[in-house]
Design a protein around this ligand. Structure first.
Ligand code: GDP
Ligand code: MG
Length: 340
């Protein structure tokens, strides 16, 4: 990792983790613990929490990835529970420290699909498009979802920075994630405006957009040319894909079809956040497969295999750009704050 040095601690920075269902949030959490343990740079990192429950969730997720070599079960970490971890960084060169909190509110995936992105087959679908509260079939559902949504908005409002996970594979298959994204952001803006905390006409937050599953050949194979991939194979060890590749790939997704999900999400990001507070990252929670010769092989780098109908992780997960976006955000927030 090559994050800038930090020289003064700030202990009340809060970063939120956000992303649509299946974007890779739960996997990312487990990978964070592995990434902190594997970090070999000027700084060392520890992830811990004052909440014993949060500590065991992280250990369990990391264990599923690293030992069982599986992806965590699709069930929620604890629907609507707020989990919080502290990241403690120590710079070896000058003994300085940094600390920030990552908060995660796992809301039910249904919240997004039912209300905003569901294909409504009801007769009055057009008429009821704007109706949030209507309870269809299951009594109480509308109210519970309202509460969950309210919690998530409040959670995002109070964070200094947001890690947003964008799943390029899902978005390409059924790209409607933007509806959920845009509606949430509108509410976050409204609430921030009410609190008098907008900066000009935009959110004060810093945003790291992590394009997930970058190890998947469907992603990397399009984000880089065969020649680029061959260059990666020249150096021994595991390659780390740079931010500019993630940015370029995201732009490419935006340009492919005029009305696709990535395009909508980009418009929304650019209108709600300041450009110098946004970063893009090529993220993989599991990293690439590297064979016995210790080199990246452009023809054989997928780290997921299908075994009896189940996805398994092929070799030791070595997360790429998982901790980096978080540390980058913390550093940006600290700098923007004038070392508060
Ligand atoms: N190739 C690849 N697949 C991933 C990665 N992270 C998640 N996935 C896949 O995406 C699925 C959903 O991930 P999950 O973390 O449960 O998403 P969540 O719904 O946002 O919590 C997993 O079961 C994996 O199949 C990754 O880093 N690489
Ligand atoms: Mg999950």
């Amino acid at each position: 990792m090559d994050q800038p040095a930090f020289d003064r601690p700030r202990f009340d920075m809060r970063i939120g983790l956000w992303g649509a269902t299946y974007s890779g949030k739960t996997t990312y959490l487990g990978a964070l613990k592995l990434a902190a343990e594997q970090a070999r740079s000027r700084a060392s990192w520890r992830v811990t929490s004052k909440d014993a429950g949060a500590v065991s969730v992280l250990s369990e997720l990391a264990n599923v990835l690293a030992v069982k070599r599986m992806f965590p079960a699709g069930t929620q970490v604890g629907t609507n529970t707020r989990l919080s971890w502290s990241f403690l960084g120590q710079n070896h060169a000058n003994e300085s420290h940094i600390e920030f909190a990552l908060e995660f509110l796992d809301v039910s995936g249904r919240l997004f699909e039912d209300q905003w992105t569901r294909d409504d087959k009801g007769e009055n679908a057009d008429v009821d498009e704007l109706d949030f509260d209507e309870v269809r079939g299951e009594p109480g559902l509308g109210t519970r979802d309202e509460v969950a949504k309210e919690q998530l908005v409040e959670h995002l409002v109070t964070c200094d920075g947001i890690i947003y996970l964008f799943d390029p594979i899902r978005e390409e298959d059924d790209g409607n994630g933007f509806q959920y994204f845009n509606q949430m952001l509108d509410e976050v803006v409204s609430r921030t405006f009410t609190n008098g905390k907008l900066v000009g006409n935009r959110l004060p937050h810093h945003l790291a957009v992590c394009i997930t599953k970058f190890d998947d050949p469907r992603v990397l194979g399009r984000a880089m040319t065969p020649r680029d991939l061959a260059v990666l194979a020249e150096k021994p060890g595991r390659p780390r894909i740079e931010q500019k590749v993630a940015r370029r790939y995201f732009s490419m997704l935006c340009q492919e079809r005029p009305d696709n999900s990535a395009q909508h999400i980009r418009d929304s990001i650019l209108s709600n956040f300041y450009l110098d507070r946004i970063s893009f990252h090529a993220t993989s929670s599991i990293g690439f497969y590297i064979g016995p010769n210790g080199r990246f092989d452009p023809a054989d780098y997928a780290n997921v295999v299908s075994e009896r109908g189940q996805f398994r992780i092929r070799a030791r997960p070595q997360p790429m750009n998982v901790l980096e976006p978080l540390v980058g955000l913390a550093n940006r927030i600290r700098r923007a704050d004038g070392y508060r």
